[in-house]
Design a protein around this ligand. Structure first.
Ligand code: AMP
Length: 287
């Protein structure tokens, strides 16, 4: 009997591809053939990876050709906003923004009235303009949107921004953020019960990886009379592990800490007698 395989659509090449393969690998899914083929099976987990054009992925999900996809939320919202996102993955962060030529007067969203805006995201922009009761003319182009004002094609643009350097280089100023986006895991409404079970296993792994990415393991030494104060500073999962040191009156305290909180608490830990502080990466967190 043929065993069922969960079909995962990912970007064939481009910005999302590398981080997508990396997170799948961290979930224990090794894909042998790389991205030079259209599809590849994992040897150690019942999944088949489909390497597709980014902009085609929402349609394949809708049709049930793929069961799940790892895709930029911006593409999903543009093409198939009704599809369900199961998890946000924390990479490929960007925003969809409206930008005007530098120095041009901008007095809020109403300044867009009567303007010609070049974009590859016309559905998302149309919805945004309608919501804000703005009448503008949209000019749909598929790439190099940022040069449109320079060549007289449009008054403004609506495009993806991450660092802002492309806008800067083209003499544009970001005026309105209409959407923030990151890579996400979206699911097809047509997924079978069998593949849903495989997806549940994958989601469990994925969430363990994501939790671990957000956390660090912290080890420190402290005098015993400071254990209580230090434990209160550490935003711990449960209670910290406290182990006696060979030196009388001292203990080693171990805990898990939010990676973004570490620098906030470090001074407080030192003031409360913590010494020999070590911060170690965590590979997986199964709670
Ligand atoms: P690509 O087809 O390789 O250009 O990848 C496009 C996807 O990468 C977009 O749909 C976004 O989800 C994501 N992305 C992240 N930052 C940016 C950016 N500054 N410009 C374009 N795409 C970005």
């Amino acid at each position: 009997m043929k065993t069922s395989r969960l079909k995962i659509a990912i970007q064939k090449s481009g910005r999302l591809n590398e981080d997508t393969l990396k997170i799948l690998k961290e979930c224990g899914i090794s894909i042998e053939n790389g991205s030079d083929q259209l599809k590849a099976s994992a040897s150690n987990f019942p999944v088949e990876v489909l390497f597709l054009r980014n902009s085609d992925i929402p349609q394949y999900l809708s049709d049930g050709v793929a069961d799940i996809a790892i895709i930029g939320e911006n593409t999903l919202i543009e093409k198939k906003p009704e599809l369900e996102v199961l998890e946000y993955l924390g990479f490929s962060k960007c925003r969809l923004s409206i930008a005007f030529p530098k120095g041009e007067k901008y007095e809020g969203i109403k300044s867009l009235n009567g303007k010609k805006i070049a974009t590859s995201y016309s559905n998302t922009l149309k919805r945004y303009l309608e919501k804000n009761q703005v009448q503008a003319e949209l000019h749909e182009i598929s790439g190099s949107v940022e040069i449109a004002p320079n060549i007289g094609l449009a008054d403004a643009i609506c495009d993806l921004v991450s660092s802002g350097s492309t806008l800067f280089k083209n003499g544009l100023t970001e005026q309105e953020v209409i959407l923030t986006s990151q890579a996400c895991l979206a699911v097809s409404p047509a997924i079978s019960d069998e593949n849903q079970q495989i997806l549940d296993k994958l989601l469990f792994r994925l969430r363990s990886v994501l939790k671990a990415r957000k956390s660090k393991y912290i080890l420190l030494n402290a005098p015993n009379n400071k254990i209580e104060a230090i434990s209160k500073i550490l935003p711990v999962l449960k209670s910290p592990t406290v182990l006696p040191l060979a030196e009388e009156g001292w203990s080693s305290i171990h805990s898990v800490i939010d990676k973004d909180k570490f620098w906030e608490v470090i001074d407080e830990l030192k003031e409360n007698g913590a010494e020999g502080i070590l911060i170690v990466p965590i590979e997986k967190m199964v709670l």
